[in-house]
Ligand binder design. Structure first.
Ligand code: BT5
Length: 262
């Protein structure tokens, strides 16, 4: 992967040969005062993090593993839309490079034919300059089926893209995040920008309309039908066994399994 010139301001890329976790490193940089727009990518991530203490595993040079630093000047209640914005940007970037058809699983898994192609980890870091968002993206690029760490994973290669170029992908990804972010977080932005983003998100989200099982942070899993995504980004689930028209439950955090209908 080469260093990239000519990215939209304030974005700039640093490529590291090897790193533990780009999210952890960028978080440290953010706390040390790094301005918005740094993108740290690594050729080989050795301690990649998933959500909830899970791991993200990628062989050297086969994946795009990187993190972008944002310092959104938006109201705190709009922050939960950032993971959705990132997921939409990943689909934009894949479309821009002629990548495979993808769908989103709420909140922010990027799937190809139901298999996970990319994962997103958004972390909020408190810094002297105010709260920062570390936006981590892991995208399987030229990983072979045998190299993928879990059976329900895909890469651009296994999805049929024979010679994916990680530098072109990185550029497309930064441009896509920059464009979505500029539109959503502009000074004076608010409900209208949220609505535009959510419209883009909903049209790509394959969870809506499906039977789902949601593992919640606390308590029993919730089974039901995903009926929509609310204005604040929550997944709306009508619990199984309740009648159509029953108000759905709003899920703000959880792991969704798409249950196949018999
Ligand atoms: C995620 O977590 O999907 C977020 C992954 C974010 C990774 C990026 S890479 C750059 C940046 N720096 C970091 O340290 N992290 C970010 P979660 O939804 O919790 O999914 C994790 C689960 O996905 C694991 O428990 C495995 O089952 C599976 N998994 C691990 N590696 C995978 C891979 N390469 N492809 C597909 N699935 C994978």
């Amino acid at each position: 992967m080469s260093h990239l010139e000519g990215l939209p301001a304030p974005f700039r890329v640093e490529v590291l040969d090897e790193a533990g976790s780009t999210n952890a490193l960028l978080g440290e940089r953010a706390r040390a005062g790094e301005p918005e727009g740094l993108v740290l990518v690594t050729e080989h991530q050795t301690a990649g993090r998933g959500r909830l203490d899970r791991t993200w595993v990628t062989p050297p040079r086969a994946a795009l593993t990187g993190s972008l630093l944002l310092r959104p000047q938006v109201a705190a209640e709009r922050w939960p839309l950032l993971p959705l914005l990132t997921a939409v940007a990943v689909t934009d970037a894949l479309a821009a490079v002629g990548g495979p058809r993808v769908e989103l699983k709420w909140p922010n898994d990027v799937l190809h034919d139901g298999l996970k192609l990319a994962g997103i980890l958004l972390e909020r870091v408190d810094t002297d300059l105010g709260p920062a968002a570390v936006v981590g993206i892991g995208l399987n690029v030229s990983t072979t089926r045998a190299e993928l760490p879990v059976p329900n994973a895909a890469s651009l290669l296994t999805a049929g893209m024979l010679d994916p170029d990680r530098t072109a992908l990185l550029r497309a990804l930064v441009v896509a995040v920059a464009e979505r972010y500029a539109g959503w977080a502009a000074p004076g932005s608010g409900p209208a920008e949220d609505a535009a983003l959510l419209e883009a998100y909903r049209s790509r989200c394959d969870t809506i309309g499906r039977r789902v099982r949601v593992e919640l942070p606390r308590g029993e899993p919730l089974e039901g039908t995903a009926v929509g995504v609310a204005a604040d980004g929550a997944l709306l689930v009508r619990p199984a066994g309740t009648e159509e028209g029953t108000p759905p439950m709003a899920v703000h955090a959880g792991d969704v399994v798409h249950v196949r209908s018999e």
